[in-house]
Each structure stands twice: as C-alpha cells, then as structure tokens.
Design a protein around this ligand. Structure first.
Ligand code: SAM
Length: 202
C-alpha cells in the first residue's frame, strides 16, 4: 500500500527517531517548529510569557537546523515551513540548511485580532520551498488562505487540504500533534490531538 493512502504513522520522540524513517522517503514535508522565543532572537511581536513555552518544549533555530530533514526528503521535494513573524529570517536559514530554496510565502489569515507588541497578529506564514524539480499539481492557488483560529499553535485543516492539492506524497509532518490519515507524523506530542481532527466551523 502506498504511504499516501495508509492511515497516519506516528513517531513520538526526538531527532534520533527521525533516523528510523526511510532516507529520501518523503516528497512533501510540512514542519511547524516550536520556535524558541527565550533565545532572545524572537522577543518581538509574538512574545508572551503565556505563549508557546507554557504549552510545550521549545527548540532553538540551531536545534531545528540540526534535524536530518535533507536526508528524509526526496531529491525532488517540496517543503512547507511554518514561521512566526518574529522568526521569518531564521526560518529562511532553516529551509536553506535543509537544502530547500524558498520560492514564496503563504499566509494564513485568521478571523479577529490576536496579541502583538507593534501590530496585532492575525496572520501566520508558511515558507514554500523546493529542492530539485518537482512540479506543482496545480498553479491556481492564492498565497493567502482563510481559516478560523484553532487551539494554541494548531494549524488548520484547510492548510493540509491545500498542501495535498498542490504537492504529491509521500507526506511527512514534523512537530505534528494530529494523527493525519495518509501522513507520517513526527513530534514529541504526536497523536495528542488525534481525537480533535475535524473542521472547525467558521
Ligand atoms: C508549534 S507546535 C506544532 C503544532 C502542530 N502544528 C499542530 O497543528 O498541532 C510544536 C510541537 O513541537 C513539539 N516539540 C518541541 N520540542 C520537540 C523536540 N525536541 N522534538 C520533537 N517535537 C518537539 C512540541 O511539543 C509541539 O507539539
């Protein structure tokens, strides 16, 4: 059975467990790192003591870079890398270090306004990068997509539908918490939100 149509494979653990996955086994990789605001780089628009660190362990940009993502991706592959506004520069460095060239930036536009020091955040961004040559399945998808807010840090199902419509499997989600049919999901909380995998009504 091809990895695209199997149920989710969950891999809970640290970087070492990533090496258990097949080398060059994934054509499309989504990553949503726990960017570490405490390292001083990101104390900006999104920083709050009640922010990410209250919810899960954080990882420095160097820690994210050190993950063997280049080894996991097909030679011809797509990357979707979530970043906050404060970590936009570091995220470009991470994508490059994993061997991807950033081609464009997608933006999740949320309803209402959030926290923020200078401007109030109602967007999050995803760097889209490519390695080698892998055609997009379609070229009519706008760079902005609208979806309701979900639980803290939780990314919308609309985004995963977008990824599947544009990029081919096998699919890997790094730092995921949902079991996601057809995807291999890795993260220290993988499967935590499995029971909540449903669309939120706008
Ligand atoms: C930004 S959240 C991802 C949220 C996810 N995209 C979702 O929609 O639910 C980052 C995740 O990475 C996990 N994490 C933190 N440090 C980790 C590490 N060293 N190895 C694996 N996962 C880690 C956190 O526990 C958290 O679940």
């Amino acid at each position: 059975m091809s990895p695209q149509v199997t149920v989710a494979t969950l891999l809970v653990g640290g970087a070492a467990r990533l090496l258990e996955l097949p080398a060059h086994g994934f054509r499309t990789i989504v990553a949503d790192p726990p960017w570490d605001y405490r390292d001083g780089l990101g104390r900006g628009a999104n920083y709050t003591k009640r922010g990410a660190e209250a919810h899960y362990a954080l990882l420095t940009a160097d820690g994210v870079v050190s993950l063997p993502v280049g080894r996991l991706a097909y030679v011809n592959a797509h990357l979707y890398l979530w970043t906050t506004n404060a970590f936009m520069v570091q995220a470009h460095g991470v994508a490059a270090s994993w061997g991807f060239e950033v081609k464009t930036i997608l933006t999740w536009v949320k309803k209402g306004i959030g926290m923020g020091h200078h401007f109030r955040n109602n967007t999050e961004h995803v760097l889209f990068g490519t390695r080698g040559t892998l055609a997009l399945r379609r070229r009519d998808v706008p760079t902005a997509f609208h979806a309701p807010r979900r639980a803290h840090s939780e990314k919308p199902l609309e985004f995963f539908a977008l990824v599947e419509s544009v990029s081919p499997g096998p699919y890997l989600e790094l730092f995921g918490r949902h079991a996601r049919p057809g995807w291999t999901v890795w993260g220290n909380e993988a499967g935590k939100l499995a029971s909540q995998l449903m669309l939120v009504k706008p």
